[in-house]
Design a protein around this ligand. Structure first.
Ligand code: BES
Ligand code: MN
Ligand code: ZN
Length: 498
């Protein structure tokens, strides 16, 4: 799909479909006002009759019948101007692009004026919203040429101010990179687990490294043994798939310390010997969504040439039952030397992360951010609308929170008070891998905190948001790609600060 920036008048743009945005309770703006006039005040009448409200994400298709050059016109609602956010713009663009695609449109033009002062940011949001809204995963549909042929090929972002074209081009380019990386993350997570094994992810990381300016090193079982990664190896012991410890480095920050990103990469979580119930187990292919988000953020950082040093770590393995599998009652020795008693082999994410966090510390990083589909408890606490955030550093938490507001991938903090640590005390080891029924998000994070030494650290629990069962404005059912845009925004802001 091509995104093009152009200057001109919307009424004169030949296209299969045109999109204009409206604010709730307001008359059509400058461009929309002229279009309204050309259509004999059709828009004003629709609004007056209450047939179209411009509520957030509300879309309506009109057929102008040659009164403007485009064949179809979509009214896309932004809600109240006082509540405007870039995320609302992404949502409206996503819905509008979707409705035009289902109507059969293949090239569309979007009125990008009148959306606030920052033309670059608006162009980025319009690009992200439409590309992400149009995302589909058709790889395993053998009979879907119909859908495939009907993809939108071209989107023109139109302004009437030629002086804005340059800024808009920059925003659109950023948006294309970010949406492209998000689609990559969604693709990875949507793949069947047999086609997204640790080895396949390692190969994909290498392919991305080749395409962008990244280096990749993959540690094999032998090397993990040498490093003493007993927790990761314990989880891997039941699987026929060899585990991989994937290290992605990006160096464009001179002498700056590394930022470490760590992503849980369980390519399938059966629960292991503490096996999960059958219902919904298929969803456990999404247990590598944290690792995919980290890989996506590394790809984006390189494509956008951010002035930073970043290391991405993906501890990758399946969690399977089997004759060699680790068991409840086992005690695993981690890379840090600390021991963990296993009460439940299904609490495996914190185990592989403990070794990955220790490895992250060897970089003496400025900050560590880990992202993981870690606990079902996170969905109980926050539903499917928020990422759980816990951590040790207020400044870092603040910038992650702000990146969440910017991207619409919002986080909500939970506490890591000393009292919670009592819940993971073990009788025979340094700690145990589960903390009882209450506060499951917190006890999981409490365990992780034992492995980050003194480094500023934030943990993001995306278990409840990595996969969506309901359609969202720019997120179709399936993998959401969540975390990629959040991490990217955090990195971009971080690059500006120092
Ligand atoms: N991968 C799961 C968490 C998860 C649950 C992800 C639902 C996506 C959707 C994790 O490894 C897990 O099984 N956690 C257990 C921990 C428990 C045994 C302490 C859980 O949440 O039930
Ligand atoms: Mn599990
Ligand atoms: Zn898991």
């Amino acid at each position: 799909m091509k995104i093009i920036i152009a200057a001109g008048k919307l009424e004169q743009q030949k296209a299969d479909g045109a999109i204009i945005f409206l604010f709730e309770g307001e008359k059509p703006g400058k461009v929309a006002g002229r279009v309204d006039l050309a259509l004999g005040s059709m828009i004003t009448k629709l609004v007056k009759r209450g047939e179209y409200t411009a509520k957030p994400g509300a879309v309506h298709v009109l057929y102008p019948e040659a009164r403007i050059a485009a064949e179809r016109l979509v009214l896309a609602g932004l809600g109240k101007r006082s509540e405007f956010t870039l995320n609302r713009l992404r949502q409206a663009a996503g819905k509008a692009a979707q409705i035009l695609r289902s109507a059969g449109a293949q090239d569309i033009v979007i009125d990008a004026d009148g959306l606030g002062q920052d033309a670059e940011a608006s162009a980025q949001a319009l690009t992200e919203g439409s590309i992400l809204g149009l995302y589909r995963f058709l790889k395993y549909k053998t009979n879907d040429t119909n859908n495939r042929n009907k993809d939108i090929r071209k989107i023109v972002l139109l302004t009437e101010t030629p002086a804005l074209v340059k800024a808009m081009q920059k925003g659109a380019r950023t948006g294309e990179v970010i949406a492209g990386s998000t689609a990559m993350v969604r693709d990875m997570v949507n793949h069947p687990p047999k086609d997204m094994t640790p080895s396949i992810i390692a190969a994909q990381a290498k392919a991305i490294a080749k395409q962008f300016r990244l280096t990749v090193k993959v540690l094999e079982r032998k090397q993990m043994e040498k490093l003493g990664m007993g927790a990761l190896l314990g989880v891997a012991s039941g699987s026929a798939q060899p585990p991989k410890f994937i290290i992605v480095e990006y160096r464009r920050g001179g002498k700056k310390p590394f930022i470490a990103l760590v992503g849980k990469t369980i390519t399938f979580d059966s629960g292991g010997i503490s096996i999960k119930p059958g219902e919904g187990m298929d969803k456990m292919k999404d247990d590598m969504a944290g690792g995919a988000a980290v890989l996506g953020a590394m790809r984006t950082a390189a494509a956008l040439d951010l002035p930073l040093n970043i290391v991405g770590l993906l501890p990758a393995t399946e969690n399977m039952p089997g004759g060699r599998a680790y068991k409840p009652g086992d005690v695993l020795r981690t890379m840090s030397g600390q021991t963990i008693e296993i009460l439940n082999t299904d609490a495996e994410g914190r185990l592989i992360l403990s070794d990955a966090l220790s490895y992250a510390c060897t970089y003496k990083p400025a900050v560590i951010v880990d992202i993981a589909t870690l606990t079902g408890a996170c969905g109980v606490a926050l539903g499917n609308e928020a990422i759980g955030m816990l951590g040790t550093d207020d400044r870092l938490k603040k910038s992650i929170r702000e990146a969440g507001e910017q991207t619409g991938e919002r986080v909500w903090e939970m506490p890591l008070w000393a009292e919670y640590f009592d819940l993971i005390k073990s009788d025979i080891a340094d700690m145990k891998n589960t903390g009882g029924r209450g506060g499951g998000v917190i006890t999981a994070a409490a365990l992780l905190s034992k492995f980050v030494q003194k480094y500023p650290w934030v943990h993001l629990d995306i278990a409840a948001v990595a996969f969506t069962a309901k359609e969202r404005p720019y997120t179709p059912i399936g993998a959401t790609g969540i975390g990629m845009r959040l991490l990217t925004q955090f990195l971009r802001d971080y690059g500006k600060k120092k």
